[in-house]
Write a protein that binds this ligand. Structure first.
Ligand code: FES
Length: 119
């Protein structure tokens, strides 16, 4: 994936709102997870897509035919724009899937590949 599109890896929250005058952000513990082999940090329980966004990641998958990059779109679990491979499972809607410590999140290319039973 293009490093200019997905710079990521800073481990900072520069793209997330820290405080808001009327909204209260209840955050879980800060935990480490992996995106395409790079260690990143996010808050346990927040959507995976938000943790990626906070780390500067904007492209989550590439379309099958045209190989077009996709990030999140609806952010409420109603489309397929944020599909990624999570802990080996393809087509996970990362905008509604909570982050857990140690998760392995990968860019999904095409329709994703379901691992064989022996893998
Ligand atoms: S962005 Fe639409 S389902 Fe996640």
């Amino acid at each position: 994936m293009d490093e200019k599109i997905n710079p990521g890896g800073c481990g900072c929250d520069m793209d997330l709102i820290g405080e808001h005058p009327i909204l209260d952000f209840r955050r879980g513990e800060r935990v480490a997870f992996f995106f395409d082999g790079r260690q990143m940090e996010g808050y346990e329980g927040e959507p995976i897509a938000m943790a990626l966004h906070g780390n500067g990641v904007r492209v989550y998958r590439e379309t099958e035919e045209m190989r077009r990059p996709r990030g999140f779109f609806c952010a409420i679990g109603k489309c397929s724009s944020c599909f990624m491979v999570v802990d080996g499972v393809p087509n996970v809607r990362t905008c509604i899937t909570p982050l857990r410590a140690g998760m392995k999140v990968e860019t999904q290319f095409g329709n994703g590949r379901v691992p064989d039973a022996g893998e």
